[in-house]
Ligand binder design. Structure first.
Ligand code: F2R
Ligand code: MG
Ligand code: MG
Length: 318
């Protein structure tokens, strides 16, 4: 498997956007509801349920793009600048979480990024808004040692997510993206999970990873994955299913994203996380034409996502 590095950066960023758009139209519908309406599974973009234009992405991709832009302008992960970038980019119509809306509005009004992450929840948000946007960190820094990667992740998410579960999920997704980017053959699922177990031995997410390993080992069905994790907005409920889809359908990136979205629940976000993982492995040669052509391409659309991904790849080579 000889996919070039730059193509993998593009694959991860566009993979995130494809999963986001594919899932957005059915976000928060259960798997049963989706299957009732789409017995052949959701495989094509659908009209938005939030009044966004056809093919438009949501907060998942918007925040990923904002994080990438911040890193490119500062040439490092700068917490204050990340917060400014999220606030500048914030488009409420793209469907943000309740706490995220409050925090980003406060940041626009000059709130301190070091304390903004505890505005709505005293213990911080455990929502998946940190892990959904972490692809740029995974691509650039995913193979750093634990402490170094933890610091980068924390700087990128602290202004919105201070809960340990949200930070650990983002840390694991960043590591997983780094491992996908570095792989020169299709990773074996159990070996891949072993590397993640070792990375966060103390995290509560390790229990989830062990459950995931058992499900993958016995080729469990999508229904069983939903029963095990729930697939809701909580980081621990949605990131393991995204990793499941990526590892279970590791040789078929399009199918991985389709299966991720059709789990139901937080579909755009599960799709975005799976898309970033499989894109970092497979690069940009697998994109379904219909997704590629229908992804929004105005300001901050497809072409800009590709350009930013390529600039990240160039930055990573410096
Ligand atoms: N929010 C959505 N989609 C539904 C909105 C659709 C749209 N507004 C419409 O107009 O129809 N999607 C996006 O939000 C998720 C990412 O959320 P994030 O950034 O983590 O936000 P937040 O607000 O921090 O957390 C989300 C919810 O989780 C619960 N929660 C979090 N921490 C909690 C805690 N410590 N205690 C109790 N509950 C907690 C709350 O219900 C939060 O609102 C992604 O799905 C993205 O696509
Ligand atoms: Mg979203
Ligand atoms: Mg979502």
């Amino acid at each position: 498997m000889l996919v070039q590095r730059k193509e993998r950066f593009v694959g991860a960023i566009l993979g995130c956007a494809f999963g986001d758009v594919l899932g957005a139209a059915v976000e928060m519908q259960s798997r049963q509801e989706i299957l009732l309406q789409h017995p052949q599974l959701v495989r094509d973009f659908l009209p938005s349920q939030q009044g966004l234009g056809f093919g438009c992405y949501t907060d998942d991709t918007e925040m990923t793009l904002a994080l990438a832009r911040s890193i490119l302008r500062k040439k490092e992960v700068d917490g204050a600048d990340c917060a400014a970038a999220y606030a500048e980019t914030f488009t409420p119509e793209r469907g943000y979480g309740r706490s995220a809306v409050q925090v980003l509005t406060a940041l626009q009004q000059g709130a301190d990024w070091l304390s903004s992450g505890n505005m709505l929840f005293a213990d911080g948000s455990f929502g998946n808004g940190a892990v959904m946007r972490i692809a740029p960190i995974g691509l650039l820094y995913g193979l750093l040692d634990h402490q170094q990667l933890y610091q980068k992740v924390k700087l990128a998410v602290w202004m919105t997510h201070t809960h340990p579960e949200a930070i650990d999920a983002a840390l694991l997704q960043a590591r997983a993206i780094g491992l996908m980017l570095a792989a020169d053959e299709l990773p074996d699922a159990q070996g891949f999970l072993e590397k993640l177990f070792c990375f966060v031995p103390e995290s509560t997410l390790n229990v989830k990873l062990q459950g995931l390993a058992l499900l993958l080992n016995r080729f469990a069905t999508a229904d069983e994955v939903v029963a095990e994790f729930g697939c809701g907005v909580r980081s621990a409920d949605s990131w393991p299913p995204a990793l499941w889809a990526a590892l279970r359908f590791i040789d078929d990136p399009e199918e991985a994203i389709v299966q991720a979205v059709n789990l139901g629940g937080d579909t755009d976000t599960i799709g975005a996380m799976t898309g970033a993982l499989v894109g970092a492995l497979h690069g940009d040669q697998w994109f379904p034409t219909r997704w590629y052509e229908q992804l929004e391409n105005g300001t901050a659309g497809r072409d800009e996502l590709i350009e930013v991904a390529e600039r990240l790849a160039e930055f990573s080579a410096c």
